[in-house]
Design a protein around this ligand. Structure first.
Ligand SMILES: [Fe+2]
Ligand SMILES: [Fe+2]
Length: 259
């Protein structure tokens, strides 16, 4: 199902009002846990605080070519939600007496790609890949600590990210459906190459924190490929992938044999 930009605008407006973190708890992260996750915590905090200027410019340019005038408003609210993640993680870093990162190689690389990119399609696939990795990272971060405050910050982000992926998948579907068959094939090949490069960069940058949350290289790759395949099935068909159960196969075999 594809939702309208108006639906997403209302969703983001309502979601931004929800306060799911209890800041009265205070942080309780141990030094051992901190040693494993701090670098990645700071790097993701920096990545979440982008002003979103270039994404918004791409959304405005794109909406000028379509009838979808509400889309940039939905994108603006989506950016606000990412900034909320950055603010919460930043507040946590301050509370544990650490300094926020001002620079990170992954963030610098992604900012450079963003700076030169005005294509809504490249933006959308890039955001989907990073959001998919974010889901695995914040789940791992939650597992890597006993600090209830950090766990609740991760929970809040995970709830938001699930919707972000739906929002971006739907946009990629809309963009993808306008292509002719061979351009669809070429696009999937290009998405795959980009995906392959980005997920390896994320693993090498954040493997210490991911491993602390019991995410091995194999598990990370399996989860990322699973998410990517789901996105590709969705953008191609507009439907979630459907797995046929053994029971369904058995019933359809009986129907076939009786006919
Ligand atoms: Fe986020
Ligand atoms: Fe997100």
């Amino acid at each position: 199902m594809i939702h309208t930009s108006q639906f997403w605008k209302v969703h983001f407006e309502n979601n931004l009002m929800k306060q799911r973190i209890d800041w009265s708890k205070g942080p309780s992260i141990s030094n051992v846990e901190k040693n494993k996750v701090l670098y990645s915590l700071k790097a993701w905090q920096l990545g979440e605080t982008s002003d979103g200027k270039h994404l918004l410019a791409a959304a405005n340019k794109y909406s000028g070519t379509t009838q979808d005038e509400v889309y940039p408003e939905a994108v603006e609210l989506f950016i606000k939600e990412e900034q909320k993640h950055g603010n919460n993680l930043g507040r946590y870093i301050d509370l544990i007496g650490e300094k926020r990162a001002k620079q990170d190689w992954g963030d610098t690389l992604f900012r450079k790609i963003r700076y030169f990119n005005t294509s809504m399609e490249i933006w959308t696939i890039a955001v989907i890949i990073v959001e998919s990795a974010a889901q695995i990272f914040y789940q791992a971060l939650k597992e890597a600590t006993d600090c209830n405050l950090l766990k609740s910050i991760c929970n809040d982000i995970l709830i938001d990210e699930a919707h972000h992926i739906k929002f971006q998948n739907e946009r990629l579907y809309i963009l993808f459906q306008k292509k002719r068959f061979y351009f669809k094939v070429i696009s999937v090949l290009l998405y795959s190459a980009f995906f392959f490069f980005v997920i390896h960069a994320i693993w090498f940058g954040h493997k210490k924190a991911l491993k602390a949350g019991n995410v091995t290289f194999k598990l990370f790759m399996e989860k990322m490929f699973g998410k990517f395949f789901k996105t590709m099935v969705f953008v191609y068909s507009g439907q979630k992938e459907q797995f046929v159960s053994n029971e369904q196969i058995r019933v359809s075999e009986q129907v076939y044999l009786r006919s």
